[in-house]
Design a protein around this ligand. Structure first.
Ligand SMILES: NC(=O)c1ccc[n+]([C@@H]2O[C@H](COP(=O)([O-])OP(=O)(O)OC[C@H]3O[C@@H](n4cnc5c(N)ncnc54)[C@H](O)[C@@H]3O)[C@@H](O)[C@H]2O)c1
Length: 405
């Protein structure tokens, strides 16, 4: 069968097995090419702090996958990853992350790195924490870097069995903004009704810090949280015009809860265990999660155009290379630079005033007739397709896909 992407409303419902594998190999190649810079040109890693046993919760796609690639192929770390992906059947491809995970494991094995990947255990469950603990005990290591990179629409509370749902909605009043279908080039007005109190609470339950804290507590209790470990959870701030739907909306409340959780973890563990917990504010990138947020595709397309023109464009891999090499593992430095709120910032290039002023000016003018001049919808579309294994350079898409494995 010849596989073509099946996309509707910025959601792609299939994936290309060979393309997904090729995409991970390309990303790995980029990380390897930066390896010298990552270890600050110190081949032995002397004087450069580095991760050795890394747990990535949400490891299969987007920022989690990029973090794992950098930890493994940049720093030579052993990695354990959790994700929730669908395996292929005889008639249907699996989800992209399923293929990304498999290729990651194959590449890690080739490189002689220990890697264990769970594609089908709910990271919110006790079972996931037990697995991570069991593995560390079996192999006699402790985790020194724990990355929390989940993006999920639902969470089952492991104690009560209650299912909670997250929503992306404004709070207090309705939100109207323009949204872009990057496949048709159509710009439409989208309105989103304000969230109820119940929806706000449920979104915090799913995307807030409760589960992050449960992970750290479980690892510590089991004795597999390393001394002086670092833990990171990812967040986004974005430009003021997106705040009603993002930062000041339901998801922003959940992200605020993550920040409070980082503080709580630091208060509880820093003195006794040396643990440092941070929220890292990353830049806007195209991932399966970000494509469905109203207004974000038009903003990201415009942002990409401006950042590419200035040669400062970054994707997930570029961001994670910078996060590791220039924030958390700096040569001769134990101090991690943070903003006044204690957050790591790698969204600095996106949020710089010059970039933001230019993006705002273009957004005020952009319509369907000048979309390709002022913005980069093709760049968005390409990143989005590549996240599903399509349009990956070097892959022959006219070749029959004989198996979805
Ligand atoms: N995409 C952006 O532009 C952007 C920007 C800044 C910060 N962030 C943040 O980065 C984090 C990751 O987002 P992303 O865009 O990389 O998302 P993504 O959709 O690419 O990745 C989400 C990961 O979570 C896993 N997952 C979801 N539910 C799970 C479950 N129940 N059990 C196990 N694994 C599960 C998925 O399998 C996948 O590995 C989020 O916190 C997001 O807010 C994203």
């Amino acid at each position: 069968m010849i596989l073509k992407p099946m996309v509707r409303n910025n959601i792609c419902i299939n994936a290309h097995p060979m393309g997904c594998r090729a995409e991970v190999r390309l990303q790995t190649g980029r990380v390897k090419a930066f390896r010298d810079r990552l270890t600050n040109f110190d081949k032995n890693g002397r004087g450069t702090p580095k991760p050795t046993h890394v747990l990535v919760i949400g490891c299969s796609t987007g920022y989690g996958l990029a973090s794992r690639l950098v930890a493994a192929f940049g720093y030579g770390a052993d990695t354990v990853g959790f994700s929730y992906e669908k395996e292929p059947s005889s008639t249907k491809p699996g989800t992209p992350g399923w293929y990304f995970n498999h290729e990651f494991d194959a590449l890690a094995a080739e490189a002689g790195l220990f890697a264990r990947t769970f594609s089908d255990i709910d990271a919110f469950s006790h079972a996931a924490k037990d697995k991570a603990i069991e593995l560390a005990r079996e192999r006699g290591f402790q985790y020194d870097l724990i990355i929390y990179s989940l993006a999920s629409p639902v969470r089952t509370d492991p104690e009560t069995g209650t299912l909670y749902r997250s929503v992306i909605k404004p709070i207090g009043r309705q939100y109207a903004g323009r949204t872009l279908d990057v496949f048709t080039g159509k710009i439409a007005e989208a309105t989103v009704q304000p969230a109820t109190e119940e929806e706000i609470a449920q979104t915090i339950k799913v995307m807030g810090g409760e589960d992050w804290q449960l992970w750290i507590d479980a690892l510590d209790k089991a004795g597999v949280l390393g001394r002086d470990a670092i833990t990171l959870a990812y967040s986004y701030l974005g430009p003021p015009f997106s705040w009603p739907i993002y930062r000041d909306g339901t998801i922003g409340q959940a992200k605020l809860h993550l920040e409070k959780t980082a503080q709580a973890l630091n208060e509880h563990y820093q003195d006794a265990k040396g643990l440092r917990a941070f929220v890292s504010i990353n830049k806007a990138v195209v991932t399966r999660a970000s494509a469905v947020i109203p207004v974000i595709p038009l903003y990201i397309s415009t942002l990409f155009k401006v950042m590419k023109e200035r040669n400062i464009h970054e994707d997930c891999v570029d961001q994670m290379i910078r996060l590791f090499a220039e924030r958390i593992y700096r040569k001769g430095e134990t101090q991690i630079p943070v903003d006044t709120e204690g957050r790591i910032r790698v969204d600095d290039l996106e949020m710089g005033p010059s970039v933001q002023n230019e993006v705002s000016a273009r957004l005020a003018m952009v319509d369907e007739s000048n979309l390709h001049t002022l913005a980069d919808p093709d760049g968005f579309r390409n990143d989005f397709l590549r996240a599903h294994g399509f349009e990956v350079p070097g892959v022959d898409y006219e070749q029959e896909v004989l198996s979805f494995e």
